[in-house]
Write a protein that binds this ligand. Structure first.
Ligand SMILES: [Fe+2]
Length: 136
């Protein structure tokens, strides 16, 4: 089942490789959702969340590197948003390890809302800036 449906025209940031990476992030969040509705063990859910964390970190690093290379003016604000997300996901992982948390709606909603809002607002802002510099 799709917890988040990828809407290519709506979610595009007009940078092809980042669209593909965002789509992959949506897929991983959908995997978390499916793991929950299929009632799989906590260990499997933890593995998917670790995968989400790893993939997100490398995606953020790529975005930040390209923005830095192009002297993007709002880079610091953008980086701060990324850091908040990583801290939150790391918190989930720690709590899972400590068996103090099981996957709940609030977590899933946080993942979905953060990602979609970040793409729609913060990421979309770099699209035009990079396009003007010949990056698509
Ligand atoms: Fe971003």
């Amino acid at each position: 089942m799709e917890y988040i449906k990828w809407l290519a025209d709506k979610y595009t940031v007009h940078i092809q490789k980042f669209d593909l990476q965002h789509q992959k992030l949506v897929e991983i969040i959908n995997e978390v959702f499916n793991a929950r509705i299929n009632n799989v063990g906590q260990g499997i859910i933890l593995n998917i969340i670790i995968q989400l964390n790893d993939y997100t970190k490398s995606h953020f690093m790529e975005e930040e590197a390209l923005l830095k290379e192009n002297q993007y003016p709002a880079l610091e604000t953008h980086k701060n948003e990324h850091a908040v997300f990583i801290a939150k996901v790391n918190g989930f992982i720690q709590e899972f390890h400590a068996n103090a948390l099981s996957l709940n709606d609030e977590m899933l909603e946080f993942l979905k809302n953060w990602l979609i809002n970040h793409i729609m607002q913060t990421d979309k802002e770099y699209g035009a800036y990079l396009n003007e510099r010949g990056i698509n």
